[in-house]
Design a protein around this ligand. Sequence first.
Ligand SMILES: NC(=O)c1ccc[n+]([C@@H]2O[C@H](COP(=O)([O-])OP(=O)(O)OC[C@H]3O[C@@H](n4cnc5c(N)ncnc54)[C@H](O)[C@@H]3O)[C@@H](O)[C@H]2O)c1
Ligand SMILES: O=C(O)C[C@H](O)C(=O)O
Length: 307
Amino acid sequence: MKVTVVGAGAVGASCAEYIAIKDFASEVTLIDIKEGFAEGKAMDLMQCASLNGFDTKITGVTNNYAATAGSDVAVITSGIPRKPGMTREELIGINAGIVKSVSENLIKHSPNVIIIVVSNPMDTMAYLAHKATGLPKNRIIGMGGALDSARFKFRLAEALGCPASDVDGMVIGGHSDTGMVPLIGKAVRNSVKVSEFLSEERMQEVVEATKVGGATLTKLLGTSAWYAPGAAVSAMVQAIALDSKKMFPCSALLEGEYGLNDISIGVPCIIGKNGIEKIVEIELSEAELAKIQESAVGVKATNALLD
Ligand SMILES: NC(=O)c1ccc[n+]([C@@H]2O[C@H](COP(=O)([O-])OP(=O)(O)OC[C@H]3O[C@@H](n4cnc5c(N)ncnc54)[C@H](O)[C@@H]3O)[C@@H](O)[C@H]2O)c1
Ligand SMILES: O=C(O)C[C@H](O)C(=O)O
């Protein structure tokens, strides 16, 4: 499998590193507009091959899409990250133009590619990639929910005083500080609902900490996070490569699911060799359904800025 990662910055390089370490792809091409940057990152990563024991070939190019030809999967991380105090939505002015031109360039050289959109504001950028490319809806996947769910599990494990491997939980809705919907009522520790262990107040703290997970890290780091975002993308690329039919919450183009239309927003999806193989409609409580619909209003307001 050939994977292109557009943007060799913090998240792009982290994606390439995790994909290589897991050793399921034959080739990763990093591409960036900054002269020599992707070449440098690729060389540095390739010098890890003998140390970390992978055979994936990582190459880097400066803005030459011919080198991305024949990609099975392309990950779009190009664009600016937010600074402390900003929202993801504030990035739209610069990132929309970048994501549009990158998506168009990718499909010129890789007509069968599956695109994973990471650049923020991610749900709107995934929607824009659909509009710019006209690709079938299974082939454009927004990454946000996999990361948000990992952060939810981290916060749950912290509250429960247990390892993250003991807990399961999912975050749906928009990938934004206010729009995320951590499904706390469905979260479990070894199949026992977390409400059996945590007070209502503690569960609400977990929900709130999850929703501002990206903002918390941005404040600490001075820019947004990259390790968990890279790991989340690599897990999704792996599910495509291995056709594993794993379920991730992903930003998918909806046509009536959850009562929503003409929007890309986080919902549970089965990921396999065709990208989004199925959008799963889980039963939501009235409160959960109201939250995802409210979240959709926010995403649509950001989408409207594209016009
Ligand atoms: N969806 C998520 O869960 C998630 C998680 C983390 C970061 N992000 C987003 O990912 C994006 C990248 O974040 P980062 O921390 O890697 O930023 P970064 O600044 O470290 O890297 C971005 C890279 O994109 C490159 N770039 C800019 N325009 C380009 C173009 N037209 N073609 C190719 N490359 C181009 C830049 O030169 C830079 O190297 C941001 O928008 C950030 O908000 C999303
Ligand atoms: O928080 C951000 O701006 C980056 C990303 O969306 C994240 O959740 O880490």
